[in-house]
Design a protein around this ligand. Structure first.
Ligand SMILES: C[S@@+](CC[C@H](N)C(=O)[O-])C[C@H]1O[C@@H](n2cnc3c(N)ncnc32)[C@H](O)[C@@H]1O
Length: 302
């Protein structure tokens, strides 16, 4: 069958399965099956696909009709300009999580990084790649996720500077870090069933929700995280939609405080900068350099 006909048929199937962006996904999956770049595929749409390509494409479309995310079908996802291996064992790194990276880069290089809930390793490995002198410790409860993170560290040539360890948040973590990054599971239990099938049925539940109102990881870490942040250091947390004021309250009741809140590309408050209380005055919270990030509206300040 000609690729153009395969594509048209696949778009109809994906639309019938309720997939948003069916045409875009069908094209991406045909490129994957054919092993062609975007321009090459356009130029060769009129060609007949061989049997192997047809089978690869049919399998990929069937998986997408079952609402498996495209990144899992392709086995990879681009994050902050680098390719990361993605499997059903890890959260698919999200574009909005790049806000944590931009915020960290705006603060300047950190020598020691701690990544809590590292998943695919996308956050920590991106920072290690950007900061050649930095070393990182990534913690995750899931051995399967850590295997993916190790694969990503190897592929990026970062394994010598990236320690990846199984653990339960801060249990067994020793010492202080210049930068702690954490994108915890934060979806409230009651919201899980209403999620898109791509998340609800295919992403690891442990990566999505800690149960309850979704805020338990912030509560837990607010107790002892201060012990692991260096005097001038900071922790950057990702938060979910509408969680900013609750998260601020959680840290206000601890030995830490929220120094700033950075919005993502859609203007949604996404990254919370947390610092140790005693560092106020000694070193002005670096998170307040919001002008650098193009943040001027007081509504973003906490
Ligand atoms: C939202 S995902 C973040 C993954 C990755 N950092 C990212 O931003 O793409 C949360 C991660 O926390 C991990 N996690 C869940 N419970 C944990 C626990 N008790 N201790 C350590 N990690 C945990 C999950 O396995 C998952 O990889």
């Amino acid at each position: 069958m000609k690729r153009s006909a395969m594509l048209a048929q696949a778009v109809r199937r994906l639309q019938a399965a309720g997939v948003e962006g069916a045409a875009r996904d069908a094209r991406l999956l045909l490129r994957h099956a054919a092993g062609l770049g975007a321009a090459e595929l356009t130029a060769r749409l009129a060609e007949e696909a061989d049997g192997a390509e047809c089978r690869r494409f049919a399998d990929a479309i069937a998986a997408r009709c079952r609402r498996q995310p495209v990144s899992q079908i392709l086995g990879r996802r681009a994050f902050f300009g680098r390719e990361f291996r993605v499997t059903p064992d890890v959260l698919d790194p999200r574009p909005e999580s790049e806000t944590l990276i931009e915020t960290a880069l705006a603060r300047g290089p950190a020598a020691r990084i701690l990544d809590l809930g590292t998943g695919s390793g996308a956050l920590m490995l991106t920072l290690l790649a950007e900061w050649p002198e930095a070393r990182g410790l990534g913690i995750d409860a899931s051995p399967a996720a850590l295997a993916v993170a190790r694969e990503n560290a190897r592929a990026l040539g970062l394994e010598a500077r990236a320690e990846l360890r199984q653990g339960d948040w801060l249990d067994g973590v020793k010492g202080r870090f210049d930068l702690v990054i954490c994108n915890p599971p934060y979806i409230a239990e009651a919201e899980l069933e209403g999620l898109a099938p791509e998340l609800r049925d295919w992403e690891p539940r442990i990566a999505l929700s800690p149960g309850g109102d979704g805020l338990d990881v912030y509560r837990l870490l607010s107790n002892t995280l201060w012990l692991h942040i260096s005097a001038d250091g900071a922790a950057l947390f990702e938060i979910g939609y509408g969680q900013a004021s609750e998260v601020r309250k959680i840290f206000t009741n601890s030995r830490l405080f929220v120094s700033n809140l950075i919005p993502d590309m859609n203007g949604v408050p996404r990254c919370v900068i947390v610092q140790r209380r005693h560092s106020i005055g000694k070193n002005p919270p670096k998170g307040l350099e919001s002008a650098k990030l193009g943040l001027s509206s007081p509504q973003h300040r906490v």
